[in-house]
Design a protein around this ligand. Structure first.
Ligand code: ATP
Length: 237
C-alpha cells in the first residue's frame, strides 16, 4: 500500500494537518505510529484505513478487507455486545461464530448480553477491537488499542497482532503504552512537523546515551522521548 505525496486537512482552507507523506506499507509488517499529542496520529490512521480521503496526493493499493478500531469505541448505540457484533459480522459476510471466538480470546465472553452503553471503558475498547478483527482483515488499523485494557488482554493483543501479521496482514497501530514494542521486527512511523516519516529501526549506528533527570520528572521525560521515537530504558533498582 502506497502513500504518494499525500496531504490532508479537515476543512477546505483550514490548516493542513499532514503534508508530503510518501510511504510504503508492506503486507505482513507491523508499523507502530508515534508522535506527540495532536501531532496527527489519529488523522494518519484514518487516512490509512480509508475513513478520510487525501486532500492532495493518493493512497494506492489499500486491501479490500480493512479492520479499524478507533481510539474511543462509540458506545452510544442501543444494542447488546452480541447483537452489535453479530450484525457487524453479517454486514461483512463473515462466520457468526467469529463473535464467540474473539469474545473468548479478548476475555469479554461474559459480557455478550450487556448493552453497549453499560460497558466499562476497557470492555468497550475490547468490543471495538473485536469488531475490527471479525473478518480476518488484510489491513488492521488500531488507534491506541491498549488504553484502558486489563493486563490479561494487554498481554493477549500483541500475540493476536503477531499472528495476523504472520498471515500477511498489514498492521498499523498507535500505541502510547508501548505494548507492541517487544514484538520482533516492528517498524516505526513518526508523525511530527506535519508529516509522517519512517524511522529506520534497524539503523546500525545507534548508541546509548545516559540522561540524568530529577525523579519526579521521569514520567514526563520518558513520555517526551518516546513520542520523539527514541527507545527508552528505565534503570532497574
Ligand atoms: N474531526 C476533526 N476536525 C477538525 N480538526 C481535527 C479533527 N480531528 C483532529 N483534528 C485536528 O487535527 C490535528 C491532529 O489531531 P489528531 O487527533 O490526528 O492527533 P493525535 O496525534 O492523534 O493526538 P493524540 O495523541 O492527542 O490522540 C489536531 O490539531 C486536531 O485538533
Amino acid at each position: 500500500m502506497l502513500f504518494e505525496d499525500v496531504a490532508f486537512r479537515y476543512r477546505r482552507r483550514g490548516p493542513w494537518i499532514l503534508q508530503d507523506v510518501d510511504l510504503a506499507l508492506e503486507p505482513g509488517r507491523i508499523m507502530e505510529v508515534t508522535g506527540r499529542n495532536g501531532a496527527g496520529k489519529s488523522t494518519f490512521l484514518r487516512l490509512v484505513a480509508g475513513l478520510r480521503r487525501p486532500g492532495r496526493g493518493a493512497v494506492r493499493g489499500r486491501p479490500s478487507r480493512v479492520g479499524y478500531a478507533p481510539e474511543r469505541f462509540p458506545v452510544d448505540q442501543p444494542f447488546t455486545v452480541r447483537s452489535y457484533l453479530a450484525h457487524m459480522a453479517s454486514i461483512r459476510g463473515c462466520r457468526a461464530d467469529s463473535v464467540g471466538v474473539w469474545a473468548d480470546r479478548l476475555g469479554f465472553d461474559r459480557l455478550l448480553d450487556v448493552r453497549l452503553p453499560e460497558l466499562s471503558k476497557g470492555s468497550a475498547q475490547k468490543v471495538g477491537i473485536a469488531q475490527a478483527l471479525l473478518d480476518g482483515p488484510e489491513l488492521l488499523v488500531l488507534d491506541e488499542p491498549f488504553a484502558g485494557l486489563d493486563s490479561a488482554t494487554r498481554d493477549t493483543l500483541p500475540d493476536v497482532i503477531r499472528d495476523l501479521a504472520a498471515e500477511g496482514t498489514t498492521v498499523v497501530v498507535s500505541d502510547h503504552q508501548r505494548c507492541i514494542e517487544p514484538l520482533p521486527d516492528v517498524g516505526r512511523l513518526r508523525v511530527a512537523d506535519g508529516t509522517v516519516t519512517a524511522v529506520d529501526t534497524a539503523a546500525p549506528a545507534s548508541v546509548v546515551l545516559e540522561v540524568v533527570v530529577a525523579e519526579k520528572e521521569i514520567d514526563t521525560v520518558e513520555a517526551k522521548l518516546r513520542a520523539e521515537g527514541y527507545r527508552v530504558r528505565r534503570p532497574t533498582r
